[in-house]
Design a protein around this ligand. Sequence first.
Ligand code: GBH
Length: 450
Amino acid sequence: MSTNNCFPKDFVWGAATASFQVEGFTREEGGGESVWERFCKMPGRVAFDHNGDIGPGQFKKYKEDIQLMKWLGIKAYRFSIAWPRIFPDGETLNPKGIDYYNRLIDELLDNGIEPWVTMYHWDNPWALEEKFGGWRSKETVKALEKYVAYVTDKISDRVTNFFTVNEIMCFTSLSYESGSHAPGLRLDRKTVAQTVHNGCLAHGTALAAIRANARRPVKVGIVENMPVTVPAFASEENIVAARNAFRVMSASKLTPIMEGKYPDFWLEEMGNDVPEFDDAEMKLISAPMDFVGCNVYAPTYVIADADAMHGFREIPHPAGYPKMDMPWLFIGPDITYWAPRHLKELWNVDAVYITENGCAAQDRMAPDGEVYDTDRTMYLRHHFMAAERATAEGWPLKGYFVWSLMDNFEWSWGYTKRFGIVYVNYETLERTPKLSAKFYRETIKQNAVV
Ligand code: GBH
């Protein structure tokens, strides 16, 4: 047993997935169509027009997957619930929709793994898009409230840890501004700002609905992919600059969630395009959370600049900066250290979870049937070193969830990108733990960087 580089005893090691990315079989037991199911049917939107009809098929293979989790030794499985299974048209309850999640939760608990539930990871009912314009409308937030209240009532007897929504920018800006995510629209700045505000409101509304309907004391937080600002090097000025940048760059999302108001500079910058909101909404949005979940993948480098508006400058990645197998996946493991530190220093957050971290790699099965992903293993190990440093220095990092348990539907990239520590053969649905899975297993076993 290694005694160096150890993590705290109660550190939560986990793995994460999302419903539309791993389940498949979305229409079984009365499920409805999600925006992503519809988006996949629009030619040319998803690589090779791939879709989520089967994918890794966890809906059928959850028992096998839970045995894999058990072998890995993870203590927690973060998964999301598919809203259209529960409310197929967004408004009418399908009582059978919850059955799958009851089976999944019971099987996890029977195997000593804690379910950590994300209420919304981008697969909202398509019907709400048609009826109300999806996240453009507060009607969708009301529908979410009904869905979250129902689900909480059904599962909080067994589930303790809940996340409200996953990554506000990914179901607002990417969906209604750049159009790379479902429903794939390119709209004006004011409309987009309204979707972002409604995304914050969805978080606050879900938070309240979980608390109001829980059958036992539960813990609730958001999952955000805030830009994680890293001082280009850690001089005192650069550290201050990175901390300010963390707050400034989240001006329309995490900052109002933590502070209860949009920063003045942001309101000024938005001018007439400021979204519609009122005090009651801001109160709901900024209700205290039990923890903050951070999805961390790539760094944003910052240096101090006394002449710049907020005292910092973002340094773009030079051509040739090393990346993993996505155009945006610049390597920068320090983010796993700086996210909990900034959150503590800015807003006194006492519990932070890395709710996603991982990478795509060009995995190929070797002739001996193994997948030797030394690149992913390298990527992960450096994040573990940063995590260990954070805990050793006393920053509030309480756990880590690898993205992802297994290869899955990578949104507009379809099945062309693999993020799993377990390889999925999409023809046979066979699962093969990669080298990185064996590495993760040993890390958990020793509770140390190995
Ligand atoms: C997470 O999003 C998701 O939660 C998860 O579902 C997903 O599978 C995983 O990461 C891997 O991608 O430069 O315009 O192309 C990650 C957030 C949002 C980060 C989009 C990269 C690129 C925007 N990602 N962003 S762009």
